[in-house]
Structure formats: structure tokens, C-alpha cells
Design a protein around this ligand. Structure first.
Ligand SMILES: *Cc1c(COP(=O)(O)O)cnc(C)c1O
Length: 428
């Protein structure tokens, strides 16, 4: 992973924050988003873009266009809408591929994250008696835990025995990459699948996906990543890293709305593998021959071969409006700003010299994205409530963690400054 230029020495005064905003080449993108406002009419200091990204202003016009075309054209909209619905996913494929570092045919925008995870595990978790285990991260998101355990059971194995959970070292909160490598070296031959988050939702740790993928492949394992907290956050190179498969949702850093359309990645080397089992639907076949209604399923090449159903045009319209912002801002520039913005938050918290908060997210900027997870001494839930009262939205995770994610598309340095000040004042 290349390291963009990073200033680690910040001027921690408010003037310093305003100066950083003045120099920010991406500052104009903030106006492309709609902010929730306090009772007094002020935009909230919004630090929960890792949970639900803000609404692009353009989303409304984008959905309206499809509603209008539906009204005006009815069924003919499939081919005659301004953005013909029949090929809607193909129209976003290139934009999405750029965000995750893939070839266009390696990605598809469809379903929701957990659905895609199941579809991909059907194809890529192929347990055999001598190799049936799955390696997962500690504190994986609950939906991933349920999905993985149910797949294990469905194949007739016992999750308690088949699932290996990584453990941080004694006294540490996050996982060392060398420990993953060592585990794979020692136990890799029993492991069918390595299934990790790109960024762990709780600790904010970004796994070193390229290193983990090579280590897993050396041990003969398949590797999949859940990129819910990584897509639109980290610089991803899924194709170059040789990741086998990945899936994500689009409502977090990808700002595509609550329940927005999810995505999946299948590496090119699996693009035309007819031996892969899969759960299939009519949208997975070649669009040219789809209406031939051939009784035998022949998957189209690449990720779209996993498509089940007709296009989800309304959520895809929002998704496209957001992806267009990513295309013009570019992940390179967003990541460069993100490193600064989160580094700035870290520096501010550090300067407060407080023992009331401990950052549990890795201090190495290459092992994290936007988010800092902060362990609070005292009542963290109450603190989150008090912050909300004072105009800052942060996320509380039981038992004692607040998660703050300044988002480079729309957060400012001054907001981070204000947020850190409030935290200092209210943590008491
Ligand atoms: C947000 C999130 C999900 C949510 O999945 P949906 O199916 O979209 O509801 C799953 N896994 C992880 C790691 C998440 O962060």
C-alpha cells in the first residue's frame, strides 16, 4: 500500500483547523450533501458516516428521473428510459469497480450485503472433511457471524468446532498481521475459507488485505472480505491483491441510502468457472439471451453471473448519484484527506492528555480508515446522548466504546475540532 503524504504535525487551534479547510482541495464536495440539522437549525457535527452516510443532494433528482420515466413510459422504460433499466447495473459497474479497485466485470451492484455474503459462500465455501474450517475476526459484525455459522451448519459441521476466531494478544485490542500469517502457516491446511472484514466495525482496524490474501493463498485457502466498512473508505485494489471474493453494503461510506443496494466482487480468475456451484436466477444469464427463457442456466461472465433478479432501479439511482461523486473526487484524493482528517482527530484527542479516553483503533494510519474507536471511562452511552444534545452525532457500541468517523467527502477539520472539544468538555 502506498503512503500518501501525511502531515503529522498539526496546528491544534481553531484557526489551524480553518486553515486546513481552506487548503482542502475537496472542500466543495460538502455542498453535494444534505446535513441533518439541530432544533436551532445548525448542521449536526456528523461522525456516523460509517453507519449511515449522508444523502447526496442529487439523490432526489436521480430518483425523480426514474419515477418520471416510469410514469411516462411504463414497461417501455426498460429500454427507453433515459437510463434504460434493463442495463442499469452495467451503467454503474465501471464507477463501482473504480471504488474497490476491480475490473468492471468483477463487480455487481445488487441485493444487500448479507444476501451477497450467503450467495458467495455458497460458491466459495466448499468444505471437505480434511479442510472445512473458516477463519474469522474477533467481534465480527453479528450478521456475518450468523451467516458464517449458518453456512457451516448447512454443510453439516459444528460452528463451535469449525470456526476459528482470531484473538488479539493479551492486553491488545487489535490483531497483528504477523499473527494471522503465523496461524495460516500452522493451521492453514484445515482452513477452507478466510473470511474477514476489510475494516472491523468495532475496533476500526483495517486488515492488511494484500498480506492476508497472499498468506491465505500460500496455505491453499480461499479468501473473502466483508467490505461494509472499507468500501469508499480505504484505497482498495481487490483485483491486484488477488482477493477471491468480497461483498459490501452501500449505505455506509458509499452514501447510497438506508437499505441501499449492496455489491459483490468475484475475481477475474473465477469469472468463467462453470464448476462453481451457485444459487442462480434469471438475471445471472447473458442479457442478450435472457428472454429466450432457456430452461438451462448458463451464467454470464463475471460478477453479474451471481445476479438473481431484475434491476433495483430506485436504489440504484441513488447509488449512481453517489458513485459519480466518488468518480470526480477519486479515492486517491479522498484517502489522502481521510488520513489527514483522522490523524487530526487523533492528535486533538492526544493533546487533551486525558485518561478518560483510549483510542483502540490502530495508531498506524495504514491499519485504519476514517474511524477512531474510543474506549470511554465512565458511561459511554450517556456521553453519546450528551454529545447529541450539543449538536454532535457519534455512535455508541456496548459496553464502553464511541466510534467517530470524520468522512473526507463532507466533514471539515473545523467540525473535527469542535467535536473533539465537545468530547473533552462532556467526558467530564
Ligand atoms: C453494516 C454491516 C452489515 C449489514 O449488512 P446488511 O445485510 O446490509 O444489513 C453486515 N456486515 C458488516 C461487517 C457490516 O458492517
Amino acid at each position: 500500500m502506498s503512503t500518501p503524504a501525511l502531515s503529522t504535525e498539526y496546528d491544534l487551534t481553531r484557526t489551524g483547523a480553518i486553515e486546513l479547510d481552506t487548503l482542502d482541495p475537496l472542500a466543495a464536495y460538502r455542498a453535494a450533501f444534505h446535513f441533518p440539522r439541530t432544533a436551532a437549525g445548525e448542521p449536526y457535527l456528523y461522525f456516523t458516516g460509517n453507519s449511515l452516510g449522508l444523502r447526496p443532494v442529487r439523490a432526489v433528482a436521480a430518483v425523480e428521473q426514474e419515477l418520471e420515466d416510469w410514469g411516462a413510459l411504463g414497461v417501455e422504460g426498460h429500454f427507453e428510459a433515459r437510463a434504460p433499466w434493463y442495463s442499469y447495473q452495467e451503467q454503474v459497474q465501471g464507477l463501482l469497480a473504480d471504488v474497490v479497485g476491480a475490473l468492471p466485470h468483477e463487480v455487481a451492484a445488487m441485493n444487500t450485503l448479507t444476501t451477497n455474503l450467503h450467495l458467495l459462500m455458497v460458491s466459495f465455501y466448499r468444505p471437505r472433511p480434511e479442510r472445512y474450517r473458516i477463519l474469522v475476526e474477533p467481534r465480527a459484525f453479528p450478521s456475518d457471524q450468523y451467516a458464517v455459522a449458518s453456512q457451516v451448519r448447512w454443510h453439516g459441521y459444528d460452528p463451535a468446532e469449525a470456526i476459528i476466531e482470531l484473538r488479539p494478544r493479551e492486553g491488545e485490542d487489535t490483531i497483528r498481521t504477523e499473527d494471522i500469517e503465523q496461524l495460516l502457516e500452522e493451521q492453514g491446511e484445515q482452513i477452507a475459507l478466510v473470511m474477514l472484514g476489510g475494516v472491523n466495525f468495532y475496533t476500526g482496524q483495517a486488515f492488511e488485505m494484500e498480506r492476508v490474501t497472499s498468506a491465505a493463498h500460500r496455505a491453499g485457502c480461499i479468501v473473502g472480505f466483508d467490505l461494509a466498512h472499507a468500501a469508499g473508505n480505504l484505497m482498495l485494489r481487490l483485483h491486484d491483491w488477488n482477493v477471491d471474493f468480497a461483498c459490501w453494503c452501500s449505505y455506509k461510506y458509499l452514501n447510497s441510502g438506508p437499505g441501499g443496494v449492496g455489491g459483490l466482487f468475484v475475481h477475474d480468475r473465477h469469472a468463467d468457472d462453470p464448476s462453481l456451484p451457485r444459487f442462480s436466477g434469471w438475471w445471472g444469464v447473458d442479457p442478450e439471451t435472457r428472454f429466450a427463457m432457456n430452461p438451462r442456466f448458463v451464467p454470464q461472465r463475471g460478477a453479474m453471473g451471481w445476479a438473481l433478479s431484475n434491476e433495483q432501479v430506485l436504489p440504484l439511482a441513488v447509488h449512481r448519484a453517489s458513485l459519480e461523486l466518488f468518480a470526480s473526487a477519486t479515492m486517491e484524493r479522498l484517502r489522502a484527506k481521510s488520513l489527514q482528517l483522522t490523524g487530526y482527530l487523533e492528535a486533538l484527542l492526544g493533546s487533551m492528555g486525558s485518561d478518560r479516553f483510549t483510542i483502540i483503533t490502530p495508531r498506524d494510519p495504514m491499519q485504519r480508515g476514517c474511524q477512531l474507536s474510543i474506549r470511554i471511562k465512565g458511561d459511554a452511552r450517556e456521553l453519546a446522548g450528551a454529545l447529541k444534545e450539543r449538536g454532535a452525532i457519534v455512535d455508541f457500541r456496548t459496553p464502553d466504546v464511541l466510534r467517530l468517523a470524520p468522512v473526507p467527502l463532507y466533514s471539515t477539520f473545523e467540525e473535527v475540532w469542535k467535536g473533539a472539544r465537545l468530547l473533552d468538555e462532556l467526558a467530564g
